[in-house]
Write a protein that binds this ligand. Structure first.
Ligand code: APR
Length: 223
């Protein structure tokens, strides 16, 4: 089994989604072009960095919810997530592939490859890379950027061989990540969707639970 997840997985912990009115989705209030693109970072690195630090502090103050815990209680499930928070890890999940990077690391915006861990509860201010002097930035994937190759290759492989894919809390609108659902389906997997609303994944669902992940997953996975 693979669990492919998005922002809805962390919504009940108090982390906003991106496009969901009910949870004050980020992109309803902020411009992704300004805050989540290489161009936006080049235009104002400190604005972008400060915004991510706000998200870091928010994530540090919240806890994994029943959905994270239900997934973590099933070491047979491989988690492939679009989320950049650390809530699955904090819940104790054994295997987590993060397709869009993580907020727990900063990396050099240049090509020197420098990386450093960041404490979510007390993130540093925007600063230069100690190796090459370029800006450091959150190690997340912005619009228009390629996904980390290792994570993508691993995710593809798992999606090709899984028998069941749980699709949890994603609008399934952002590619290439959303394409993994169709890949699993085309390789014969059964698709189980968990989302209180219809989404782009609904058309691929063999079974769809119209409910919140924190309520459905404990029942479904026996947490
Ligand atoms: N349980 C399950 N699903 C939920 C819950 C919940 N408690 N609350 C909301 N949802 C669902 C919404 O109905 C919506 O379909 O979660 C989905 C969240 O969708 P988005 O906000 O679009 O987030 P996501 O699909 O993860 O976005 C993908 O887009 O902005 C980029 O890089 C960012 O990783 C992100 C990507």
């Amino acid at each position: 089994m693979v669990a492919f997840s998005g922002a809805g997985l962390s919504a009940e912990s108090g982390v906003p989604t991106f496009r969901d009115a009910e949870t004050q989705g980020f992109w309803l209030n902020y411009d992704p072009g300004k805050l989540a693109s290489p161009e936006g970072f080049a235009a104002d690195p400190e604005l972008v960095y400060t915004w991510y630090n706000e998200r870091r502090r928010n994530i540090a103050q919240v806890q994994p919810n029943a959905a994270h815990r239900a997934l973590a209680a099933r070491p047979d499930i491989v988690n492939i997530t679009q989320n950049i928070d650390d809530l699955l890890h904090r819940a104790g999940a054994r295997e987590v592939i993060q397709l869009h990077g993580t907020l727990t690391v900063d990396r050099c915006d240049g090509k020197c490859g420098y990386e450093e861990e960041v404490a979510l509860h007390d993130p540093p201010a925007a600063r230069e890379c100690p190796v090459c002097g370029n800006w450091l930035r959150p190690a997340v994937v912005w619009f228009g950027e390629a996904l980390p190759m290792e994570a993508w290759t691993e995710a593809e492989e798992r999606c090709r061989s899984c028998e069941v894919m749980l699709v949890v809390g994603t609008a399934a609108e952002v590619y290439p990540a959303a394409g993994l659902i169709g890949l699993s389906k085309s390789c014969g997997a059964r698709i189980i969707v968990v989302n209180p609303h219809a989404s782009q994944a609904s058309a691929l669902a063999d079974i769809e639970f119209c409910g919140k992940a924190g309520e459905v997953l404990p029942m479904l996975l026996g947490g």
